[in-house]
Design a protein around this ligand. Structure first.
Ligand code: MF3
Ligand code: CO
Length: 250
């Protein structure tokens, strides 16, 4: 069942979304060659606590940290490890905040120092996939429309989408119905209504779409060891369109 959020719940999501957007923005500014991944996790913990929130991933099904920090060929869900960032890496940072009992979820992929034009293109196209999904979202659009536009844009650019992991509903919990695949047929799937809240999260690979789930039970990497990028926003379906809940208000 897809829940419709009340005005009060939406207000709490907006506040929590600002905390999460601020945290990811601060982490992004820290990313540079020589930086320790563990330091990013500590910073996220600190900033979320200062803002009166709770890191929602920590303890979720036993997940150990506030953020996921997935490097290069890693796709998602990597617990921060004692690793030092180096020039040319790409780092996907995924974070969730619980604030006043409401959950938001967002991710970005950030270059470490200078990266090649090909890798820049991967990051740009993945972000565009998310933007396009948001732009078509409104009451009457379907979950399949989202998957279709993400897949089309990724594949037109010579990349592939990960199919064994999906976006999702969000708000009262880290994950809610529906599942939101990053591939689909337009016009299929659940119909969007005002007050629904979704986490869209395109995961795009330079090579094939297949991934390996590593034995620690968390880490996911591309099967062919190609690079992978991930962007995610929590979004609200409004009367006429869609609002980004996890975008920093300037
Ligand atoms: N954004 C990630 C997802 O929706 C967050 C997973 S929670 C974690 O899959 F605990 F696995 F990190
Ligand atoms: Co998510």
């Amino acid at each position: 069942m897809i829940t419709i959020k009340t005005k009060e719940e939406i207000e709490k999501l907006r506040e929590g979304g600002q905390i999460l957007a601020f945290v990811l923005d601060e982490l992004k500014k820290m990313v540079a060659p020589g930086v320790e991944i563990m330091a990013l996790d500590q910073k996220a913990e600190e900033l979320i606590a200062q803002a009166g929130g709770v890191p929602s991933f920590k303890g979720y099904k036993g997940y150990p940290n506030a953020i996921c920090a997935s490097l290069n060929q890693e796709v998602v869900h990597c617990p921060p490890a004692p690793r030092t960032l180096k020039e040319g890496d790409i780092l996907s940072l995924d974070c969730g905040v619980k604030y006043k009992e409401m959950f938001t979820d967002s991710a970005i992929t950030v270059p470490v120092g200078k990266i090649s034009p090909e890798v820049e293109k991967l990051i740009k196209v993945t972000k565009e996939c998310l933007d396009r999904a948001i732009n078509i979202s409104k009451p009457g659009a379907t979950i399949g429309d989202v998957g279709a536009i993400i897949q089309k844009h990724a594949e037109e650019n010579g990349f592939s989408v990960v199919k064994s992991l999906v976006g999702h509903g969000v708000g009262h919990a880290v994950h809610e119905d529906p599942r939101i695949p990053n591939y689909s047929e337009a016009g299929t799937g659940e119909v969007m209504k005002e007050g629904m809240v979704f986490a869209y999260e395109p995961m795009v690979n330079v090579g094939g779409s297949q991934v390996d789930f590593l034995p620690d039970g968390w880490r996911v990497k591309t099967k062919d060891d190609s690079l992978s990028a991930h962007f995610e926003h929590t979004v609200l379906i409004t009367k006429n369109g869609c609002n980004i809940i996890t975008k920093l208000n300037s």
